[in-house]
Write a protein that binds this ligand. Structure first.
Ligand code: OSB
Ligand code: MG
Length: 376
């Protein structure tokens, strides 16, 4: 059994090494909520992936802070836990706020791995010792800049290039990229920038042999994606629409997608991420691990999750240096010349969290402690 003695929340502000532009906006500085859970002298971290604005999902760092502090932490401090898997039931009265829940749940899984003195990846049921990596390349000021970014990523060994797209930054861009690199594994991510009126345009992309088209239509839709999937040869991948295992089952059954992007924050934590992974595996649907511009803390959790067997396509989990001048973990995440990241075999997440660096970046903090418990 496991009891949490204290939970620390902090907000850190970290400038991205390069601005990241999607169809819904540009991010230059990440405001990030980190949670730290303490138990019996051990400590484990979790990262909340909510953005500054409710543009990717309804959650923001500020809603996550509030819900974590007022609703989730008190529930976590109240009871004895078996482990990370105890969290969903503990938090179930709170609807939504999955990114807030995931930060705490993932920290508890990390803690459980430390207590059992085993790697987090093994605790989650992972079997891969290396994971295949891709990159997500934001919308660029020009095609010339984009081509340089792609060339750089390919030289770095990355196995799959994903292009952020939107109306006006799509067909012509894909054409230019395909002309120069006819064979690379290429996909695109629209973050819901298209509507039913665009279906004919999207159908034209079949000629580019994309591995998949990620979330072209509404962020909460299955039905129109299913209509679109019937009209095109290219596989649709859903990201935003998949909030849990039931969504995955509905989307697969309706043929709204042929691939699923699993983001542990978006589905509410490791328990639900594993459930989505298993549901997809049983139905022959491959999954890959999405990214949310994480620091090393969230990144190591993504790596552990990606070690599960059905994470068979390259994910958006790439090297620390693609995001940060200096990460908050040691060693930083690096990618081999073959485009792979090694799953660490050390205890817990397998890296050291750099408290000194985190202190420098912290702009707000609060601590909640358990009241003295009676021992049975
Ligand atoms: O849709 O995958 C997305 C970043 C922020 C919000 C949404 C998305 C993304 C990415 C970044 O694509 C992937 C990464 O972390 O490298
Ligand atoms: Mg996406």
């Amino acid at each position: 059994m496991l009891t949490i003695d204290a939970v620390h929340l902090r907000e850190i502000n970290m400038p991205l090494a390069f601005p990241f532009e999607t169809s819904f906006g540009v991010t230059t500085i990440r405001r990030i909520l980190l949670v730290e859970v303490e138990s019996d002298g051990l400590t484990a971290w979790g990262e909340c992936v909510a953005g500054e604005h409710p543009y990717f999902s309804e959650e923001t760092i500020d809603t996550a802070w509030m819900i974590t502090e007022t609703e989730l932490v008190p529930r976590l401090l109240e009871k004895e836990l078996v482990g990370g898997g105890s969290c969903p039931a503990l938090f179930s009265q709170v609807r939504g706020h999955r990114m807030a829940k995931a930060a705490l749940e993932n920290a508890v899984w990390d803690l459980e791995a430390q207590k059992k003195r085993m790697p987090l990846a093994e605790l989650l049921g992972g079997t891969r010792s290396v994971i295949p990596c891709g990159v997500s390349i934001g919308i660029q000021p020009s095609q010339t800049v984009l081509m340089e970014k792609i060339a750089e990523a390919l030289e770095g060994g990355y196995q799959r290039i994903k292009l952020k797209c939107k109306p006006g930054w799509d067909t012509k861009v894909f054409e230019t990229v395909r002309k120069r690199w006819p064979e690379i594994m290429l996909s695109c991510d629209a973050n819901s920038a298209y509507r039913v009126a665009d279906i004919d345009r999207i159908a034209e992309w079949d000629e580019f042999g994309l591995l998949m088209i990620e979330q072209p239509l509404w962020y909460d839709d299955f039905y129109f994606h299913s209509m679109l999937q019937k009209r095109i040869d290219t596989a649709i991948c859903l990201d935003e629409s998949i909030r849990n295992r039931r969504d995955a089952l509905a989307a697969i059954d309706m043929e709204s997608c042929r691939v699923i992007n699993i983001k542990v924050g978006r589905v509410g934590g490791f328990s639900e991420a594993i459930a989505v992974h298993n549901a997809a595996a049983e139905r022959g649907i491959p999954v890959w691990c999405g990214g949310m511009l994480e620091t090393g803390i969230g990144r190591m959790h993504n790596i552990a999750l990606s070690s599960l067997q059905n994470f068979s396509l390259p994910g958006d989990v790439s090297a620390s240096a693609r995001y940060w001048a200096e990460d908050i973990i040691e060693p930083e995440v690096t990618v081999s010349a073959q485009g792979e990241i090694e799953v660490p075999d050390g205890i817990g997440s397998g890296v050291r969290v750099r408290r000194d660096r985190i202190e420098e970046l912290t702009v707000r903090r609060t601590t909640a402690r358990a009241e003295a418990r009676e021992t049975a």
